[in-house]
Design a binder for this molecule. Structure first.
Ligand code: ATP
Length: 207
């Protein structure tokens, strides 16, 4: 199985990195592919340019095994729709089930994603806990797909939904951006190498 972890990573922080390490271990994944998005459809324009978000992701992950930075959303024109990304990954890895990891905050907005029901045609979705957010399992569509045991994911190529607690770290990129703009010190919320990059490129100086 291949793990898929998409995000804006504006900037990448320990909330992302801890989650990525934990899900790789829990699901015994050879590989987790990190997909920085270009134009996120569900939020305002990122503050940092795509190349800078990518540089920061590279700096944060260079010593972590089993992670692959996948730039297909940055290389593609137009909005970064996850359904298109999953289709393209299925073409590249036709025999390997895909596990799409999203936080509870993202899951609660999932029904507004472009062609969201089709996500389940291409991948399983694993929802990770995140402080400050509780799961809203609104629809029968989700209940019908929910499984409670990770082993179930290995028995199907796609289409299942699993909720998985992970270590809850109350860290967000928006809070880090705000701290930097307010000239507060965000150390220990993100890697020092990323913070040095932010300072040397004068990023996030305005909210
Ligand atoms: P912002 O604060 O700018 O909205 P963010 O911190 O939520 O950014 P994203 O890059 O938008 O970061 O998140 C990418 C993915 O990582 C999403 O699925 C999100 O739910 C998840 N994620 C981000 N931070 C955490 C965290 N602290 N714990 C668990 N999941 C997280």
């Amino acid at each position: 199985m291949i793990g898929i972890f998409g995000g804006t990573f504006d900037p990448v922080h320990y909330g992302h990195l801890r989650a990525i390490i934990e899900v790789r271990e829990i699901f015994k994944l050879d590989e987790v592919r990190l997909l920085p998005n270009k134009t996120p459809p569900h939020r305002s324009e990122p503050s940092a340019m795509p190349k800078m978000r990518l540089d920061m992701l590279r700096l944060a992950t260079e010593n972590l095994p089993g992670l692959v930075i996948d730039t297909r959303e940055l290389d593609r024109d137009g909005p970064s729709y996850m359904v298109d990304t999953l289709r393209s990954l299925c073409r590249d890895f036709p025999r390997r089930p895909l596990l799409l990891f999203i936080g509870v905050d993202a899951f609660n907005g999932l029904t507004s994603w472009h062609r969201w029901t089709e996500l389940f045609d291409h991948a399983h979705i694993v929802v990770m806990t995140r402080p400050g957010y509780s799961i809203q399992l609104q629809s029968e569509f989700f209940r019908a797909r929910q499984v409670f045991d990770a082993a179930e994911l290995t028995r199907h190529k796609a289409g299942k939904l699993l909720f998985r607690p992970i270590t809850e770290l109350d860290i967000s990129a928006s809070a880090i951006r705000k701290m930097i703009a307010e000239k507060r010190d965000p150390r220990f919320l993100l890697p020092d190498a990323v913070l040095d990059y932010i300072h040397s490129h004068h990023l996030y100086q305005k909210v």
